[in-house]
Design a protein around this ligand. Structure first.
Ligand code: 5GP
Length: 195
């Protein structure tokens, strides 16, 4: 279910940039509105409260604040995957590859084996969903750990890119707090009509 408070804030303060980028850095991922983040965390908890979440997994940097806001409600730890260009640590980490949508680079992402375990019930959270690479990489780490992926939540899904369809086709219960179906630097954003 989408979140009206968030949609209103995106309409007011979001900036549509070239290259299908929506900038929300005045409230979500550079300057951060802590009260809005608290509401976002509460909403993710409302939507996934019955899943027995034991851990929230996200990716640095922008996912961390969101994951923490939610974890306060789930009362579980946050683990964030680290991005690295050189894989010099072997053995004690799970690794996957993620193409960055915003930076046009490929990162290895790593999580220490100490922090993801078989038996964990993991919720993935992130700020944006575009082509689905970040969520796919995180779900790969969960698979390697033998843990269970119980759902994925993103603050903003760009519904005109392929990620949402791909992740849902994998059978993941994906929830988005705002789904942008089109956006234009002149006319702004159009949200999906609620299902
Ligand atoms: P994906 O992996 O789904 O292709 O892209 C998601 C990742 O790229 C997110 O972690 C987010 O950091 C970044 N991203 C994708 N699209 C946007 C966007 O429109 N604006 C911002 N600020 N970040 C984005």
């Amino acid at each position: 279910m989408q979140m009206k408070l968030l949609q209103d804030r995106i309409r007011k303060d979001g900036k549509v940039e070239k290259g299908n980028i929506l900038k929300v850095d005045s409230f979500l991922n550079h300057q951060i509105d802590a009260e809005l983040l608290d509401e976002i965390g509460k909403e993710f908890h409302r939507q996934f409260a019955d899943r027995g979440v034991s851990k929230i997994l996200t990716i640095e940097a922008s996912g961390i604040a969101i994951a923490i806001a939610a974890a306060r409600y789930f009362r579980c730890p946050v683990v964030f995957a680290k991005k690295t260009k050189t894989l010099n640590i072997a053995g004690d980490v799970y690794t996957s590859k993620v193409d960055s949508f915003t930076h046009k680079t490929t990162n290895d992402i790593i999580v220490s084996k100490r922090f993801l375990n078989a038996g964990d019930r993991v919720l993935i959270l992130d700020d944006f969903l575009a082509n689905g690479k970040a969520i796919f990489g995180l779900s790969d780490l969960i698979r390697q750990a033998g843990a269970e992926l119980v759902g994925a939540g993103v603050v903003i899904e760009k519904g005109f890119q392929e990620g949402g369809k791909k992740i849902r086709e994998m059978g993941v219960d994906l929830r988005s707090l705002a789904i942008v179906d089109s956006m234009d630097p002149e006319t702004g954003v159009v949200f999906r009509d609620e299902e």
